[in-house]
Design a protein around this ligand. Structure first.
Ligand code: KG4
Length: 348
């Protein structure tokens, strides 16, 4: 009937993970499944990741249509960027094909903003300062003056990529983040590594190189893992704290694959307590890349009047968070920060 919620199918395929999700405009997730491409030892090969998407999307879509009848779908959403060109191209092609065969509108969405909006849907956060940390992205983002704006970001590689590259160097499995976390628990000594904060931005490639040299020099792997985490996560915590002072948001939300890390959560939680702001992390299923987040952002945009012609569905590999005209946020409800306190995060 006329009052039925809209149903959107979302396709995520910016990098190495293929995701399909189905979400209603009431915010109910009806289907959400991802399959990860396992890269060879040298790291992600963009062409192979794209082939993986081309093989995996049909399988996942078939499974999704066993849960929700394809005739119930009202909208097709897909990750338009940022991401790897070949992966994005396959994803957009699958989305256009679905849109044309089901005769339903299509909408391309920004992957980073999708992480934030699914986080708001699945936690109590209303207007958070978001730390988004994954294999491909590292950004501090907040909604200010009609746009999601980047307050700080990595100047080179993403923090997840830094962990994964180090793990590969010392022959740990991919993705290396969880293995480094495990080893870090047995670390006893803080190895001297570079701490690189430049204004609101950070950099990880020098830290990665120094960690590799420390390994070559015979430092204990557990100590290096521990130190790598302490340095990388302190840098992230520092710029997040400073962004709080700039924005006066009363909530911090941690999203992306690296959000799984307990040490990072612990540091941010302590910082938030010091700043008297609330701290949120979405459930694991919605922290990493997933199709539901793409579907949900597609619904928010479309319900508020955004339509796309096929011409507008070209991929945007360098899609910046602040390029998106936010049409779905009408009023800001989140709480504001109250008592600023100064804290030092790195303990030597
Ligand atoms: O790109 P991303 O959001 O993909 C999904 O997980 O969906 O996140 C992957 C990244 C990888 O770099 C991986 O090493 C990292 O998340 N990661 C972690 C942990 N679990 C995953 N990093 C640190 N500690 C963890 N426990």
């Amino acid at each position: 009937g006329a009052m039925d919620p809209m149903i959107c199918l979302g396709l995520e395929g910016t990098a190495e993970k293929t995701g399909v999700g189905i979400v209603t405009s009431d915010g109910e997730v009806l289907f959400n499944k991802t399959i990860m491409y396992k890269p060879p030892k040298q790291g992600i090969n963009p062409r192979e990741a794209a082939d993986h998407h081309a093989e995996t999307f049909p399988k996942l879509i078939k499974e999704a249509f066993e849960v929700v009848d394809k005739n119930e779908i009202d909208l097709i959403a897909f990750s338009q960027g940022p991401g790897l060109g070949p992966s994005l191209r396959v994803t957009a092609t699958v989305a256009r094909t679905l849109s044309l065969t089901l005769k339903k509108p299509i909408i391309g969405v920004n992957h980073c903003i999708a992480h934030i909006e699914i986080g708001k849907l699945t936690t109590e956060a209303e207007d958070p300062l978001t730390l988004y940390v994954s294999g491909g992205n590292t950004q501090v983002i907040a909604y200010v003056s009609k746009k999601y704006r980047v307050f700080g970001e990595t100047l080179d590689i993403a923090v997840g990529n830094c962990l994964d590259q180090f793990a590969r160097y010392v022959n740990l499995p991919h993705p290396g983040g969880p293995y480094i976390e495990e080893l870090a628990r047995k670390g006893k000594k803080l190895v001297d590594l570079p701490y690189t904060v430049k204004g609101m931005d950070i950099a990880f490639s020098g830290l990665l190189t120094a960690a590799m040299r420390a390994y070559d020099a015979g430092e204990r792997l557990e100590d290096i893992c521990y130190s790598l985490q302490e340095y990388a996560f302190s840098m992230l915590t520092e710029i997040t704290e400073r962004a709080l002072a700039h924005t006066n948001k009363g909530e911090v939300m941690l999203v992306g694959g690296v959000a799984a890390n307990n040490r990072l959560r612990e540091m941010l939680k302590a910082m938030c307590e010091g700043q008297n702001v609330d701290f949120y992390v979405p459930p694991k299923e919605f922290c990493g890349d997933n199709g539901a987040m793409i579907a949900w952002l597609g619904l928010l945009m479309h319900k508020n009047g955004r339509w796309m012609s096929l011409d507008e569905t070209k991929i945007i590999p360098n899609y910046r968070t602040d390029m998106v005209e936010v049409n779905w946020i009408k009023e800001i409800k989140g709480k504001k920060r109250k008592i600023p306190v100064e804290v030092n995060w790195i303990k030597k």
